[in-house]
Design a binder for this molecule. Structure first.
Ligand code: BGC
Length: 393
């Protein structure tokens, strides 16, 4: 029989071993973000994110690819809630602005990560005429209509279906907007498929059909900070946009109708330039936007799925490329962020701590004959694709 001293000794050893195991487990969990790259094929999981005031449950889907990149998507607004990508040293960070709770998305989101529609961007005075009939939409941005109105696609609950392939994982979201919703004509059946591929791309395929002639302009409104959300301003990011022209705006940010050359202006990003280099210029357009808030007319003119913009963040080495088949790209430098919103990781978001590159048709197209048409008729199918491609330098 072992003596009681021996039993005490063995007990103490067992406790020490257990403590070491607990500490090791805690350390491996803390290191999890950098360990993401270790093994495993693409996966998708679902959890509850929150409950809307009307009792509806909102889910969050986590998509993970074989290289460890993770993307989280909400059924509320089809929101890209988190995008975790590696820097040039393999360290992962969430590079999109957002919140860690549903209530903030419902009450105060400036369109973080959402599907924006039915008409992304502005319609002057909320008014447009189609086939001789004039429609009055909500004016929710000064005198104008913005991003689909008071309760646009960003505030709707989307039905979700996971899609799995051997080298990608996706989430198909559908929403049927009834005839007259937000005063838009026609029942619009909308489908957006987010696909995360093994080469760190988020591909967004949009599709819509209508029961009556209508207008449609869908985009995703993710704000990016390639240093990691909540990690300062985006002024040092180097941006390149493949556009030689843009649509100048009036004081209310509605296009004047001109398609103007960018050459010689501080809005020209054909050569990679830091966002902050010319952002305080006296240029009338920049003053009107409070920074950059302009639609770039892409040189591809939306005829091919091509590279629209490339952003390099020099400190982290992270790179974002926006590839699209749309004719326009709104570059918004986060001028209306004002330091009052507390983001996903608990940090406040100061002015210009995120930027958006929204692939789209031009703002206020229904009121400009010379802009590519945004009319959708019964029998026609609205289809468009945009890709956020991540890499490092
Ligand atoms: C617009 C900005 C607007 C922002 C709202 C952008 O797409 O261009 O003017 O303030 O969305 O978050």
């Amino acid at each position: 029989m072992p003596s009681s001293a021996l039993i005490r000794n063995r007990l103490a050893t067992a406790i020490r071993v257990a403590l070491v195991a607990v500490v090791a487990l805690a350390m491996s969990l803390a290191a999890a973000p950098t360990a993401q790259a270790a093994g495993g094929g693409p996966s998708i999981t679902k959890k509850q994110f929150g409950t809307l005031p009307n009792g509806q449950k909102i889910d969050i889907y986590t998509l993970r690819n074989s290289s460890g990149m993770r993307v989280k998507i909400l059924t509320y607004g089809g929101i890209l809630q988190s995008i975790e990508v590696p820097d040039s040293g393999g360290r992962f960070a969430n590079v999109t602005l957002g919140f860690d709770n549903l209530s903030d998305y419902v009450k105060k989101s400036p369109y973080f990560g959402c599907i924006t529609g039915r008409y992304a961007n502005r319609v002057a005075k909320g008014r447009f005429t189609l086939d001789g009939k004039t429609y009055q939409l909500a004016t929710n941005d000064g005198p104008n209509h913005l991003h689909g109105g008071t309760k646009g696609f960003d505030k709707r609950v989307w039905e979700a279906h996971p899609v799995k392939r051997h080298d990608s994982v996706g989430l198909m979201l559908t929403y049927t907007s009834p005839n007259g919703e937000e005063s838009y004509p026609g029942t619009l059946r909308t489908k957006v498929v987010y696909t995360l591929t093994d080469d760190n791309r988020i591909r967004m395929d949009y599709r819509a059909t209508t029961s009556r002639p209508t207008i449609v302009n869908l985009t995703n409104h993710a704000y990016f900070n390639l240093r990691g959300e909540g990690n300062g301003r985006i002024l040092g990011h180097e941006l390149q946009i493949n556009a030689s022209r843009y649509t100048p705006v009036d004081k209310t940010l509605i296009p004047t109708g001109k398609i103007a050359r960018l050459g010689g202006t501080p809005l020209d990003f054909r050569e990679p330039t830091a966002i902050g280099d010319r952002i305080n210029s006296e240029n009338q357009q920049i003053v009107r936007g409070g920074g950059y808030d302009h639609n770039y007319v892409l040189d591809s003119r939306g005829r091919v799925l091509g590279l629209a913009a490339r952003v390099v963040e020099p400190d982290s080495g992270r790179v974002l490329e926006v590839i699209t088949d749309q004719p326009g790209l709104q570059f918004y430098s986060g001028n209306f962020l004002d330091g009052t919103l507390r983001g996903t990781s608990g940090h406040l978001y100061p002015k210009r701590s995120g930027f958006a590159l929204e692939s789209q048709h031009f703002p206020d197209s229904p009121n400009h004959e010379n802009f590519p048409s945004t009319v959708l008729r019964p029998g026609d199918v609205y289809r468009t694709t945009t890709i956020y491609a991540f890499s490092t330098v």
